[in-house]
Ligand binder design. Structure first.
Ligand SMILES: *[C@@H]1O[C@H](CO)[C@@H](O)[C@H](O)[C@H]1NC(C)=O
Ligand SMILES: *[C@@H]1O[C@H](CO)[C@@H](O)[C@H](O)[C@H]1NC(C)=O
Ligand SMILES: *[C@@H]1O[C@H](CO)[C@@H](O)[C@H](O)[C@H]1NC(C)=O
Ligand SMILES: *[C@@H]1O[C@H](CO)[C@@H](O)[C@H](O)[C@H]1NC(C)=O
Length: 304
C-alpha cells in the first residue's frame, strides 16, 4: 500500500498538466531516470527519443483508435483443440518469411505499415516461401482514401482496401512517392503491376484468439495506446509506467513469450531499427489495450 502510494505520487509528478505543453520535451531525462529507478521490467533510454517535443510526438501517432467493426472470426471449437506453446516467435517458426522492420519516417501511418507488413509475411507463410515480397505500405497511403493521407486511415480501412483492391510490391510504389504523387497505376520504375490481395478478413478478440490467429496464419495487426514513456522503450517487457496518453498506433504482432512469470507479446513497430529492440518490442499482456482486438486477412496467393 505504501509502495502504491509512492508510485502514484511519482506518476503524478510526471503527468501533471504543466509537463504536457506541446513545446515540452515528451521524455525529459528525469522521466527516463525515474522509469529505470522505480521498476526493472523494462529499460528506458533517450537514444531514440532525444529532445522530441510533445508536439512532435503527437505527430507520430494517430489521434483516435481505429474502429473495430469486422465480424468475429468463427473459431468454433478450434480454440479447445489448439494448445498454445508457452513461447512463440514467427521469426523462428517461419525464418525466411518475416520481413524487415519498417521506418515510417515522415509518414506516420502505422495503420498502413503494419497491414502491408503483416500481409507480406502472410503471403510467404501461406505459400511456403514461394510468394515472398515486401509489399507496399505507400500504396495504401496513396490509394485507399479519397486523397492520399498518412494520418486519416485506420486498420479497418487498410484491410478493407487489401481485400477490395490489393497492393503491389514495395519496390513498385516506394515511400518516396508519398507527398509527390497521387495514386499510381503503374510501377515506378516500370515493372509488372501485380496486386497482392486478401481473400477474407478476420478479427481476433482477446488474447487466446490473437494467439490462435498468429499460430494459424502468421502476424496480425493490433491498435494500441501510446504513452509518453513508450517512446523511450529500449528493451525488456514494457508496462506503462509514467506519462500521459499521446495517441494511438498500429503494430504487427509476431508472437509471445514469458519473462519471470510475466507473459508478453512480441511486436514490430515501424519506427526504424534504432528504436526498441532493433525495432521490435515486448509488451506485457493486457497493457495499452493491446490485446482487445487484432485484425488480419488470408492472402489470395493462388491468384498470382
Ligand atoms: C538536447 O538538448 C540539450 C540542451 O539543448 C543538448 O545538450 C543535447 O545535445 C540535445 N540532445 C539531443 C539528442 O539532441
Ligand atoms: C516448403 O518448403 C520447404 C523448403 O523449400 C520444403 O522442404 C517443404 O517440403 C515445403 N513444404 C510444402 C508443404 O510444400
Ligand atoms: C528474473 O528473476 C531473477 C531471479 O529473481 C532475477 O535475478 C532476474 O533479474 C529477473 N530478470 C528480469 C529480467 O527481471
Ligand atoms: C528512419 O527515417 C528517418 C527519416 O528519414 C531517418 O532520419 C532515420 O535515420 C531512419 N532510421 C533508421 C533506423 O533507418
Amino acid at each position: 500500500m505504501r509502495y502504491l502510494l509512492f508510485a502514484s505520487i511519482c506518476a503524478l509528478a510526471f503527468s501533471g498538466p504543466i509537463l504536457f505543453q506541446d513545446s515540452d520535451l515528451v521524455a525529459p531525462q528525469e522521466m527516463i531516470d525515474e522509469i529505470n529507478r522505480v521498476q526493472d521490467s523494462w529499460t528506458a533510454s533517450s537514444d531514440w527519443v532525444g529532445n522530441m517535443t510533445v508536439a512532435e510526438a503527437k505527430q507520430r501517432v494517430a489521434p483516435t483508435i481505429g474502429s473495430q467493426k469486422f465480424s468475429n472470426n468463427d473459431w468454433g471449437e478450434l480454440l479447445n483443440y489448439l494448445s498454445f506453446p508457452a513461447t512463440f516467435d514467427s521469426r523462428q517458426q517461419w525464418p525466411n518469411c518475416i520481413h524487415p522492420i519498417q521506418n515510417d519516417s515522415d509518414c506516420h501511418a502505422g495503420w498502413a505499415f503494419a497491414a502491408a507488413d503483416s500481409l507480406s509475411d502472410r503471403f510467404c507463410i501461406a505459400s511456403n516461401g514461394t510468394v515472398n515480397n515486401e509489399l507496399s505500405a505507400a500504396f495504401i497511403v496513396l490509394c485507399s482514401l479519397a486523397s492520399p493521407s498518412c494520418i486519416e486511415g485506420t486498420t479497418d480501412s487498410a484491410w478493407n482496401f487489401l481485400k477490395q483492391f490489393g497492393i503491389p510490391k514495395a519496390s513498385c510504389t516506394p515511400l518516396s512517392l508519398i507527398g509527390s504523387s497521387q495514386c499510381p497505376s503503374l510501377c515506378h520504375p516500370l515493372a509488372p503491376f501485380t496486386l497482392f490481395k486478401v481473400k477474407k478478413i478476420y478479427t481476433f478478440q482477446g488474447q487466446p484468439e490473437i494467439q490462435a490467429g498468429i499460430l494459424t496464419g502468421g502476424p496480425v495487426e493490433v491498435n494500441m495506446e501510446v504513452y509518453q514513456d513508450f517512446l523511450t522503450y529500449k528493451g525488456g517487457v514494457y508496462k506503462h509506467t509514467t506519462g500521459k496518453l499521446i495517441g494511438y498506433t498500429s503494430v504487427k504482432v509476431i508472437g509471445w513469450g514469458n519473462q519471470n512469470g510475466t507473459n508478453y507479446w512480441i511486436a514490430a513497430n515501424a519506427w526504424g531499427t534504432s528504436w526498441g529492440l532493433q525495432g521490435y518490442f515486448w509488451i506485457a499482456f493486457g497493457q495499452c489495450k493491446f490485446d482487445v482486438e487484432a485484425i488480419a486477412g488470408n492472402p489470395d496467393y493462388k491468384a498470382q
